[in-house]
Write a protein of this length. Structure first.
Length: 188
């Protein structure tokens, strides 16, 4: 059985976007790229809400590495473009990003089915509204929250749904740039 994990970077005060959907504050470096490759190498399905999909689809397919890009950065791009993608949307029915399938209705049922198939993990990146829906259906198995050492003072909170949920800490990882990854599972 496959697991569904959610990964998001948040500010210390709990926002995953600054006002105006700004994510330029994300603390990303070569160590983060190494982590991203590790994480993607255990993932064989990417999941996005439409807004996050549009952001990713505008970046990864046309990614051109700079002369200073690390091999890890290039590997992340290859993985993002090659791993099959699933988009939950009520407003679009197709995607120009290769390997992407759009689900307009019944995303919870589709994920229940996919989780029963053999394979690696399913990753939900960004997509706070979709995450809230999947939380209500009990479909997220692991929460991977990377806290960046920045206070935004406002923006879009990661968990705005108001649903209370008890979690159990599985592991943490501290990065040299001050990021701290917290990995949780649902409490029994």
């Amino acid at each position: 059985m496959r697991t569904l994990y959610m990964f998001n970077m948040v500010s210390l005060d709990g926002y995953f976007e600054a006002p105006g959907r700004d994510i330029s504050w994300h603390t990303v470096d070569e160590e983060f790229d190494e982590f991203a490759v590790e994480q993607l190498c255990t993932t064989d399905q990417l999941l996005f809400g439409r807004v996050t999909h549009d952001l990713m689809a505008s970046y990864w397919p046309s990614y051109e590495p700079s002369p200073r890009a690390s091999e890890h950065d290039k590997h992340v791009a290859r993985l993002m473009n090659s791993i099959p993608k699933l988009v939950a949307s009520r407003t679009v029915t197709s995607s120009p990003w290769g390997g992407t399938r759009v689900v307009c209705d019944g995303i919870a049922e589709e994920l229940r089915r996919l989780k029963q198939e053999p394979g690696e993990s399913i990753a939900l990146f960004g997509s706070a509204n979709l995450a809230a829906t999947l939380m209500r259906h009990g479909l997220i198995d692991e929460y991977r929250i990377m806290v960046s050492p920045v206070l935004l003072g406002g923006g879009t909170p990661l968990f705005a749904s108001g649903d209370r949920r008890s979690l159990v800490l599985m592991r943490t990882r501290t990065f040299s740039n001050g990021n701290v990854l917290h990995c949780y599972r649902n409490a029994p």
